[in-house]
Ligand binder design. Sequence first.
Ligand code: HEM
Length: 539
Amino acid sequence: MSDLPQAWPPQPQPPLAYASLRLEDYDISPTHGFLPSEPPLRRLPDPYYSPWESIMDRFNQYLLAHHVRRLMPVLDTDRLSTQAEYRRAFTILSFMAHAYVWGRNGAESEPASEFLPASIAVPWVAVAEFLELNPVVCCAAVCHWNWQILDEDAEDPMDIDNLGTLHTFSGSMDESWFYLVTTAIEAKCARGLNAILTATAAVEQDAIGVVTESLGQMAVSLVEANVILERMYDRCDPYVFYWKIREFLAGWENMAEAGLPHGVLYEGVDDTDTFSLDNWQSLIRRFRKYAGGSAAQTPLLQAFDIALGIKHYPTGERGRQAAAPAQWSRFAALEIPEPPPANSYLVRMRDYMPGGHRRFLEDLAATCRIREYVLLTCSDSLLHVCRPDDPRVLLRQAYNGCVGQMESFRNKHLMLVSRYIIAPAKNGPSLPQRAAAPPPSQLILPTASAQTTARTAPRPLPGGRMGGDSLPADPAMYPQTNTAASWQPETALSRPPPQVKGRLARRLEADAVARGTGGTDAVEFLKQVRNETAQTKVP
Ligand code: HEM
């Protein structure tokens, strides 16, 4: 007990090092949080990139007409100069890539593509390296770098009712709204991020009033986040989300059932040497596996978790304790839990965040000691008889209020998962399945994939490298609804039921597990995360 604080207020002791962090040092906007301060670029300014931009001009139409696998040159990324340009390039290449992989023709004759052509893969990997994130669609691509302000003079330009998206897969308002809910939450929570840093510094100075006030600010921004989260129901229809949007956001990890047992090969990046069917196994090992896009990739909730000391254990392993680092020993007598092993899914999601944001979380974790301060400050056994306006009582209230808002967010979020994934999956698709028409002979089969390299001569692109190609169209309107489970003999007339491969969007049997876009058992994981949040309150 000798190293415990003897008197109140407690004196912070080494080795808990405090430091002031600045949002700007991590590419975080003091006004817009993890969104850029300025609206994202709507086009790349250099006309060199017009092949990309002209695809994006008609992107939804190409998807609708099943012409997503288009011939495109391999463009150099050297002509991108600003962060904003790199972000736009990443976003549009993400749309093109996921349309290419998942935007098939809706029948067994046209499965998901295991090959991403060099025209997308090469620049996408280069841009992703610059931004320090994985080359796969992510929260930043569709929510952080994909918005516009409708009325610049509006009282609150970042209000959700004053925002629009730049791109969607489906062309639906539902999809725009799905992204904008996250965009608006990010903007509102900029206030909370500032408050986290103020509280972190105030702990260093033992300024209990400032810590309490900052926790109040954090709670206000979480209340706003909760209000916006509930607005998901306003304009995003669960049926549309599950059956028409979600599949495009899927990644290529744990997607064997959806037709990608090995992941996806990034042509021109991972297959630079020659290969033949003899060394097929070695080629398979080069396939990349990435989780799909999810708001779990926003640094926002993780920043609040870190600030409030909310710990998440590996799913199903609640309560496992790591060996206590020395600096934690002085908290042992106060029953402050030692740092547990982190939830590997949440930690892994940091690879899908831009580098600066990831580093912010790491540095925040190394410096923020708000929870320890609350526990030490409020450890006095006489606290329960203190006056209600005692600064320690107010501090504990403010802290618990904040944790309560996080718990409330996660409760509402669980409800969303139940209504937007579980319910539509169990109800099944409403559109009748239509079997695929045979590919029109006048259209050219894909030539740029390694799969077809053995069969057909690749088509060279300007610059000598290989690109994607046009694919045959299919009359099925919505490939996502084309599941084996939805096949109806009366609508398929005399055709036999198609043996389509599984999909991410498919009907779930009553006892089946709903998987997240990262392949997790979504409900078990999210319930545990919610419970761990609730258990963090200081009694
Ligand atoms: C219809 C709306 C939504 C659905 C169906 C949904 C679904 C899911 C699913 C299935 C997961 C499990 C992990 C995964 O597979 O990605 C997840 C995790 C997560 N989602 Fe959502 N989500 C929705 C909206 C949002 C929004 C608007 C936010 C916040 C901006 C958000 C933030 C998170 C976070 C932070 C996690 C990680 C777990 C946690 O920290 O609580 N989600 N979501």
